[in-house]
Write a protein that binds this ligand. Structure first.
Ligand code: ZN
Length: 239
């Protein structure tokens, strides 16, 4: 998979943390692919359960110990389970504070909660707080609120789906607010929808953005790569 990605021009991988159960595998990827894989640190909203204080403690200890590319994934998920909504808010807000404290971006998961996540960022916003609303699938009004705060939109396979409506939103937004992502193994772009997603398929998302914005794919690749490098910082540049 890594070789197919490299052949498709994908040079850097930003790996979102989920919870303590995946940390060892994620950090091993970083060790195995130095200068290509970069770990984030955080607690995913779907992993916010009774023990979320313990999970935050583990993530917090890691952040105190070494540099990470970003805080994430964090955010709110009202799609799968609403049992722990107050705890999701608490975990999200504390992680946004970490992003400010460590001066790194925050990568936000906002499933059926885009406006609620925007409201949290508005409440906690400061000039140096940046980040990504990952797998953005919201409206133009939501996109405009996000970019007005200096945040980026993570665009993945959904833009290639018929009737998603995302192409019409992206058509109206400047490319310098957009970064590309896979959400692999989920949200596989057309023409591979339904199969396991992987990073080599990023080219189909870039091509779709080029089509809706009537641009060359090379320009989409160049600008979104520059956006990601600027956002994640010089320490994640190729060695
Ligand atoms: Zn997510």
């Amino acid at each position: 998979m890594m070789e197919r990605a490299r052949a498709a021009g994908v040079e850097r991988f930003y790996l979102p943390a989920i919870d303590s159960s995946i940390l060892q595998a994620m950090l091993q990827m970083e060790t195995d692919y130095p200068g290509r894989c970069f770990a984030m640190m955080g607690l995913h909203p779907c992993s916010v359960k009774e023990n979320y204080e313990d999970e935050l403690q583990i993530a917090g200890n890691w952040l105190a110990k070494r540099k990470f590319a970003a805080i994430g994934e964090t955010g709110l998920d009202f799609y799968w389970d609403k049992t722990f909504v107050p705890q999701q808010y608490d975990a999200f807000k504390r992680q946004v504070q970490w992003a400010k404290q460590y001066r790194i971006p925050v990568v936000i998961h906002s499933r059926q909660s885009t406006q609620e996540c925007i409201d949290v960022i508005k409440e906690l916003h400061s000039p140096d707080l940046t980040g990504i609303f990952h797998c953005f699938g919201g409206s133009l009004a939501e996109a405009e609120q996000i970019t007005a705060m200096g945040f980026h939109l993570g665009i993945g396979g959904v833009i290639t789906y018929k009737n998603s409506g995302l192409g019409a939103v992206i058509e109206k937004l400047p490319l310098h607010h957009i970064v590309l992502e896979t959400d692999a193994p989920y949200l596989t772009p057309a023409p591979f929808r339904g199969k396991r997603n992987e990073s080599a398929y990023l080219q189909y998302i870039a091509q779709k953005i080029a089509d809706v914005k009537n641009m060359r794919i090379e320009d989409v690749q160049e600008v979104t790569t520059a956006n990601a490098l600027k956002l994640f910082g010089s320490h994640t540049k190729l060695m």
